[in-house]
Design a protein around this ligand. Structure first.
Ligand code: NAD
Length: 444
């Protein structure tokens, strides 16, 4: 099938390339000329494992094209996916400007009947709104709208697309549903469950899935804090509850709170749309509060731990101290720093007077651009050299595998704050390193 993908970001590029991989001819459109030019030259603008090969293969085979010409792409394809951004607006709602603009462009460019598939994460009711905009601005043709939310995880996006747990399709007529099933027929043949539903339910499924996963993250972080306060061990607790099939082990690892481009904005947008529907989601509201409380509390705990380790009782212990931050991306295997813990905790350290140098193998440039006064490097040793405290924020494999007996020699003072629980507390104590992790007893 011939498909146009409007928006070639994390989702649009992965989806476009993978739809080409399963046999479709896809034209990826983006309004950023430099991005499109780079893609045509075989340069992938994001770090995503395996994506470069899929893009290169399908581009070379003539199944994947890149353009800034939305009008032509719409004219040439009967199915048009919308994968533009839906960032958080200043009032916490989902900002639908990109959706609205792109929809009007599609309507005006249409030269025949089209199916418009909303892949972006949108509040319930948006697909119907997209349908109304299409009818208003593209009156010579008929338009059908489908909802097809994306569940890929950055860092494992290609794998997630090619081996999905399920595919969700929302539509309001059988013909559109049929076209959508045809697009995904290779997955249906592999017995991937296809959830066929209405537009509204499909939109809600995406928000509910993110809210549920965010709930697990916030929950285990609260349990980790409780372990700290009572002498428990969250690793055993997590295993003890996660082995119950009804609960499951995924998303039960404590950390610096959920971040990234989806959970924070989607949980907040869900609470607002629920309030507006006069049906508040109290649990999700608590999750949003819990997550922001957790990270602010961590900011205080880091300062206290450092003061303790440095033997200071000053209330401004960080002034002039060199702190190395290991990992700036919101999670491992991505260069995405949107709403990463680094974007909250690093400015806090800097505000409190610390000199911060951040290491990340892929996100160093993006973080340096985003966080004022942060120095960054892609050389871990450069970050560790002379550090008086090390803050571990991202679980990159090279960070998880650090040989602390070696790296300790680079430090001016051996204090490690590990917000991903990557290291063994006993081993760290054995090396004479002051060590803080989450919810695990620390031997002295
Ligand atoms: P992104 O910001 O990385 O990409 C959006 C792209 O759309 C940008 O490159 C932008 O230039 C382009 N664009 C915007 N308006 C355009 C227009 N009129 N014409 C052509 N191009 C246009 O966003 P993303 O992370 O890919 O997210 C896209 C959507 O998918 C969002 O709704 C997001 O919530 C959802 N989503 C994201 C993820 C994720 O992990 N990033 C996962 C699932 C769902």
């Amino acid at each position: 099938m011939k498909i146009a993908m409007i928006g070639t970001g994390y989702v649009g590029l992965v989806t476009g390339a993978c739809l080409a991989e399963i046999g479709h001819e896809v034209t990826c459109v983006d309004s950023i000329e430099t991005k499109v030019a780079a893609l045509r030259d075989g340069k992938i603008p994001i770090f995503e494992s395996g994506l470069d090969e899929v893009v290169a293969r399908n581009h070379a085979d003539g199944n994947l094209h890149f353009t800034t010409d939305l009008d032509q792409a719409v004219a040439d394809n009967d199915v048009v996916f919308l994968a533009v951004g839906t960032p958080q607006a200043s009032d916490g709602r989902s900002d639908l400007t990109q959706i609205e603009t792109a929809t009007k462009q599609i309507a005006k460019a249409a030269n025949s009947d089209k199916i418009v598939v909303v892949k972006s994460t949108v509040p319930v009711g948006t697909c119907r709104r997209v349908g109304r905009i299409l009818s208003k601005h593209g009156h010579d043709h008929s338009f059908q709208v489908a909802s097809n939310p994306e569940f890929l995880r950055e860092g494992a996006a290609v794998k997630d697309f090619m081996a999905p747990d399920r595919i969700v399709i929302g539509s309001s007529d059988k013909a559109t549903e049929g076209v959508m099933r045809e697009i995904y027929v290779p997955f249906e043949k592999q017995n991937v469950p296809i959830v066929l539903t209405t537009l509204e339910t499909s939109e809600l499924i995406k928000y509910s899935a993110n809210a549920f996963l965010a709930t697990k993250v916030a929950f285990i972080n609260e349990m980790a804090n409780l372990c700290d306060a009572t002498g428990g061990d969250v690793s055993a607790l997590s295993r003890g509850i996660g082995l119950d099939n009804r609960i499951g082990q995924a998303f039960l690892k404590p950390g610096p709170g959920y971040g990234g481009s989806c959970f924070p904005k989607d949980t907040l947008a869900l609470t607002i749309l629920a309030q507006e529907a006069d049906c508040p989601t109290r649990i999700v509201e608590s999750v949003v509060d819990s997550n922001s409380f957790h990270i602010r509390r961590l900011g205080r705990r880091i300062a206290e731990f450092c003061a303790d380790s440095w033997g200071e009782d000053s209330h401004v212990p960080l002034v002039g101290r060199r702190v190395a931050v290991l990992g700036l991306a919101f999670k491992a295997n991505t260069d995405d720093i949107r709403q990463a813990a680094s974007t909250v905790l690093v400015p806090l350290l800097i505000k409190n007077g610390a000199e911060v140098i951040g290491y990340d193998p892929e996100a160093a440039d993006a973080a340096a651009e985003e966080i004022t006064f942060l120095q960054t490097t892609t050389d871990m040793d450069e970050a560790l050299k002379g550090a008086e405290a090390v803050l571990v924020l991202t679980e990159w494999a090279d960070i998880a595998k650090i040989d602390w007996a070696e790296k300790k020699k680079l430090l001016a003072h051996p204090a490690v704050i590990d917000l991903r629980n990557l290291y063994d507390p006993e081993a760290m104590a054995g090396l004479g390193i002051d060590y803080m992790s989450l919810g695990r007893p620390t031997p002295h």
